[in-house]
Design a protein around this ligand. Sequence first.
Ligand SMILES: Cc1cc2nc3c(=O)[nH]c(=O)nc-3n(C[C@H](O)[C@H](O)[C@H](O)COP(=O)(O)OP(=O)(O)OC[C@H]3O[C@@H](n4cnc5c(N)ncnc54)[C@H](O)[C@@H]3O)c2cc1C
Length: 437
Amino acid sequence: MIFILGAADWRRCKGYGTVRVLVCGAGVIGITTAWYLAELGHDVSVIDRRDGPAEETSLANGGQISPSHVDPWPSPENLKQMIGWLGRKDAPLLYRLRLEPALWEWTLRFLFNCTAGRSAINTERMLRVALFSAEKLRDLRESLNLEYGQRTNGIVHIFRSRQAFDLALDRAARVSALGWRRDPKTPEECVAIEPALAGAGDTLVGGFHSPDDETGDVHRFTVDLARHCEMAGVRFFYDSSISEVISRDKRVTEIRTNRGPFRADAYVLALGSYTPLVLDEAGLRLPVYPAKGYSVSLTVVDAARAPTVGLIDDERKHVYSRLGEDIRIAGMAEFTGFDTQINDQRARQLVSAATDLFPGALDVDKASFWTGLRPQTPDSVPIIGRARLENLYVNTGHGTLVWTMACGSGSALANLISGRAPGIDMTGLGVERFRAI
Ligand SMILES: Cc1cc2nc3c(=O)[nH]c(=O)nc-3n(C[C@H](O)[C@H](O)[C@H](O)COP(=O)(O)OP(=O)(O)OC[C@H]3O[C@@H](n4cnc5c(N)ncnc54)[C@H](O)[C@@H]3O)c2cc1C
């Protein structure tokens, strides 16, 4: 069976009217892209191998919308820290160099970005998308009345080491200067903002408060937005696994799946970490590598001792969000390919960190563990835009801040496909930046 979603001539359609667009991937990025495309009047279809939206990496993330957290992974400080972690089983980051050319290329590009100058450039690029996205999320939430357990009472970053806090002061000043508040706070001020930190007060040396950051449930958000997409006429094809992108004369001609080929006028790849895997046949390489992370959801048993404000434990690289009756704790990164198995010992580190910080607040006997593969670029900046073929677009590589950047990325790409001004400066966000080191 052939799914012909569009027979119109792409060159005639581009920029002048309705285009039939096939969005590949029903995670938070695919669904936000589909929404903004439908809003602009396009004929949109979404395809995914799962049986519903947000069933893979958009299922149980850290729950934070945190433009304040735009610290690119490659930086001189992080590189030093990562070298210290090598070989440690309990390290926040596990890296194993394997016989895998994609990982080697990714690593070289990562090292190239570890200078102070590149880190400043990448911070600005990430924040540019995150700020635009925060604005788009607020508009969307209001206009559609979205409900996803959102809390708009900010996020507190906490520190236990004076040296790390002093270093973070510089980064915080940079982020604040670029337009997002990251206000330095004393330990007492941190406890005043989040009283559940009282037990840890003595161990803290300081923190930052970003009052405009938010928390919520990414799965509920994506499922609800997918429902709105459906009401706006978007068609969904689930249980459809994409094997390759077929191109001729610099244009995609079809996307092959287990259910047969799908044809449209334009194609958006939003397959998270899996995006590079379907591009081989089209001769395109994207430096996006899976960085496996863990989350655990624990039920609150003593509300007075559990946080309601979002938290980021900067040194342990853990985030905490209150989602209804649960606390979601997420963190860690493992460069171990596409393996999503839960390493029990590492997952339990999140539980002990949470009980350390909030003793007696959580039911640790009913922990619900999860892992997901963050689509990580070597510079931590997403890839949004056309991918060297006339009618092929990508929207991926948002790493740790996928949800934080989702609405802005989806809106900007939908505008680009429509031949409209994207809404933000797209310099440095496209695939072109990876042509040469
Ligand atoms: C532990 C952890 C904590 C995180 N915390 C946060 C946070 O607090 N804030 C934040 O902003 N971000 C966070 N992130 C990042 C983020 O939430 C996810 O990485 C993100 O949701 C990924 O969205 P996506 O749409 O790019 O990919 P996905 O959600 O993975 O969607 C891709 C879709 O493509 C489909 N697919 C893939 N391959 C194929 C194929 N061949 N054929 C058909 N369909 C296919 C999949 O089924 C999937 O539905 C976190 C990530 C992790 C792992």
